[in-house]
Design a protein around this ligand. Structure first.
Ligand SMILES: Nc1ncnc2c1ncn2[C@@H]1O[C@H](COP(=O)(O)OP(=O)(O)O)[C@@H](O)[C@H]1O
Ligand SMILES: [Mg+2]
Length: 238
């Protein structure tokens, strides 16, 4: 099997929701191509459709019309079990609300993606989790519960979990929203390092100019449509 060059290929992607008898077009014909190893920042005001787009790209939702391939796979055609397996093994997802499991320790949360059929030795999983937590400045927190941590610390645990299997696609909803500037720079360094070493494609929703400035390109979403692609925010208004 050949590896497709595109991590994401969306054409005329539409997602509607019915709210009180009215139809909301959260995505209204999005065309987006992201190459393997590319780092794309997605910006746009609240309600623009950013999280809706990430949920589709991240294989959490497939109630769309139009064309969508993720890592060469048309997700609409996969049975549910195959879809979960695909998601667990191929996609790292950092949720805006972190979504850590409160009953599991920090270390167990980070190791979670390996418990869905990944072919990794348990000692290797543990080693990876410890290394990631150390890199993210949480080396001594392995046994703690998420409830004992600050928002910024939980966010870093969620990032470690998403990186555990070094997935070909990493999707993040505001991954640095709870972090200070220095920690943000550290995390951007780790994300770029993952990309360089594993060819991971990064799609990151952000309001943080530092994140957008680090990306290869920025995509602006507005009312469910892509307003501009390839904007270079550092170059000022075009
Ligand atoms: N599950 C849902 N049910 C109904 N409406 C939704 C749902 N998810 C999103 N929407 C609507 O779709 C639009 C885009 O939402 P969202 O993707 O969350 O925006 P953003 O992440 O850019 O703030 C909003 O109008 C929102 O209310
Ligand atoms: Mg959102």
């Amino acid at each position: 099997m050949t590896t497709p060059a595109l991590a994401i290929d969306a054409q005329q992607l539409v997602r509607t929701f019915a709210v009180e008898g009215r139809e909301i077009r959260a995505l209204d014909g999005v065309d987006l191509q992201v190459k393997r190893g590319e780092f794309v920042a997605v910006v746009g005001r609240s309600g623009a459709g950013k999280s809706t787009l990430l949920n589709l790209i991240g294989a959490l939702d497939r109630g769309y019309t139009g064309h969508l391939q993720v890592l060469g796979q048309s997700l609409r055609d996969l049975p549910d079990r195959a879809l979960s397996q695909f998601r667990n093994q191929q996609i790292g997802f950092v949720f805006q609300a972190f979504n850590l499991l409160p009953g599991l320790s920090v270390g167990e949360n980070v190791m979670l993606p390996a418990s869905f059929g990944a072919k990794l030795d348990p000692s290797e999983v543990r080693r990876r989790a410890e290394n990631l937590l150390k890199e993210l400045g949480l080396g001594d927190r392995f046994g703690q519960l998420p409830s004992q941590m600050s928002g910024g610390e939980r966010q870093r645990v969620a990032i470690a979990r998403a990186l555990l299997l070094a997935p070909p696609l990493l999707v993040c909803d505001e991954p640095t929203g709870s972090l200070d500037g220095l920690t943000t720079q550290q995390i951007l360094g780790i994300l770029k390092d993952t990309r360089d070493r594993h060819g991971t494609a990064l799609v990151i929703v952000t309001h943080d100019p530092a994140v957008a400035a680090t990306a290869d390109r920025t995509v602006v979403l507005d009312r469910g449509r892509i307003l501009k692609q390839d904007v270079d925010l550092q170059a000022g208004a075009a």
